[in-house]
Design a binder for this molecule. Structure first.
Ligand code: PEP
Length: 254
């Protein structure tokens, strides 16, 4: 069985002081060993977080990365710089990067390749908008967004299915919608890397995942964890989601 992964995308929240106190409290929790946990603070908080998480069971992720290793790219951060800090993960292709900052499928693949070349694990985000879903274009969009996956290293890759209409809206995908999309993505992974590799790869669900719906969504056969925005900012709700994942890993419906 795939190990469940629960990753918190803090977006542009929590400076150094808040990061430090949140991680202190998270590390004091009795976190279940059966679940991989990753926190992705903003860039400015990464050095403080890296110091706190060195040697800890909680992984550290960034929310973006540039595709070049160095150069004249004002305001950007390169993958080797993240690796040097102790960052182990990076989110790539998040819908906010796609809609607000011009991310395309090609740039997302380029970022992911650079991240993997520096030894980072990539959480590669895909997902349709509400208009695309309403037009019946969900699978066509997911197909397009995953067309460059074969260029990536499956040993350092997790996908995140994040329907854009569910992100930060409080409205999550239904279990049927989520499982259907995840199963489709598993087929896409098989096309890119072969069936055996696809069976081992994690596909996270993201979009208003919270304690109230975590058990239901995390119980789905092709859902291997979650990428969590809003609910990852609060220790109680993040920890409850981690515990829901642990219950699924243990085969317990607690
Ligand atoms: C996200 O931004 O990746 C996300 C899933 O946000 P939220 O959980 O707040 O919908």
């Amino acid at each position: 069985m795939r190990r469940l992964l629960i990753a918190g995308n803090w977006k542009m929240h929590k400076g150094v002081a808040e990061t430090t106190s949140f991680l202190e409290s998270l590390l004091a929790e009795d976190l279940p060993p059966a679940v991989d946990v990753v926190c992705c603070p903003p860039f400015a908080s990464l050095p403080a977080a890296a110091m706190m998480l060195a040697g800890a069971e909680v992984g550290l992720g960034a929310q973006n990365v540039h595709w070049e290793a160095s150069g004249a790219f004002t305001g950007e951060v390169a993958a080797p710089m993240l690796a040097e800090l102790g960052v182990g993960w990076v989110i790539v292709g998040h819908s906010e990067r796609r809609t607000l900052f011009g991310e395309t499928d090609a740039t997302a693949v380029a970022r992911a390749r650079a991240a993997q070349a520096a030894g980072l694990e990539v959480i590669y985000c895909v997902g349709e908008t509400l208009a695309e879903r309403d037009q019946g274009a969900t699978f066509a969009v997911l197909e397009r967004q995953t067309s460059g996956l074969a260029e990536l290293d499956p040993r350092r890759l997790a996908l995140a299915y994040e329907p854009v209409w569910a992100i930060g809206t409080g409205r999550n995908a239904s279990p049927e919608q989520a499982e259907e999309a995840h199963a489709f993505l598993r087929v896409r992974l098989a096309g890119a890397f072969g069936g055996g590799a696809a069976e081992g790869l994690r596909i996270l669900y993201g979009g208003s995942l919270k304690p109230a719906n975590a058990r239901q969504l995390l119980a789905l056969p092709d859902v291997d964890g979650g990428l969590i925005g809003g609910a990852s900012l609060d220790l109680r709700s993040f920890s409850d989601i981690i515990r829901a994942a642990a219950a699924r890993a243990a085969g317990v419906d607690s």
